[in-house]
Design a protein around this ligand. Structure first.
Ligand code: CO
Length: 150
């Protein structure tokens, strides 16, 4: 089911999200809905607070594939890249953000299994953007040259 994407100004986007402790059917439904919502919006990533659920879960859809990250934590971040970003919760805007060039994250899947992953370039950028959402941070807090984009 496609869920409504919360827009900037809604306090849920500013919450520090709770860790996921129950890997149950409600989590699966949420993740399925987030995937569908992300696909419909043609975005690169979506965090649970963006559909009004302040828990530590994000989905990312990039050239490398579709990924679900539950309770993600950075192991390290290396280098630097500057590039444009937008956000499904900040419609019609874009801005330039400096992010690490390469990151390693540990995370769980929807069943609670633990994984680690190294990402670079745009994939790393997408992960950084989505993980910021889990701490109530939006890219516009960090961006320069925020501009209208259609
Ligand atoms: Co966003």
């Amino acid at each position: 089911m496609i869920r409504e994407i919360v827009q900037v100004g809604d306090p849920v986007l500013r919450k520090k999200c709770e860790r996921v402790s129950r890997f149950d059917s409600a989590l699966c439904t949420l993740l399925d809905d987030m995937k569908e919502t992300l696909e419909a919006a043609e975005g690169a990533g979506l965090a649970a607070p963006q559909v009004g659920v302040p828990i530590r879960a994000v989905v990312v859809n990039v050239d490398e594939g579709y990924f679900e990250f539950i309770n993600p934590v950075f192991v390290w971040q290396k280098g630097e890249q500057r590039g444009p970003e937008g956000c499904l919760s900040v419609r019609g805007k874009a801005g330039d953000v400096v992010r690490p060039a390469k990151v390693k994250v540990i995370f769980q899947d929807r069943k609670g299994n633990k994984f680690s992953l190294v990402a670079r370039d745009f994939f790393a950028r997408a992960i950084c953007h989505e993980l910021d959402h889990l701490d109530g941070i939006l890219y516009i807090d960090k961006a320069t040259n925020v501009r209208d984009e259609d």
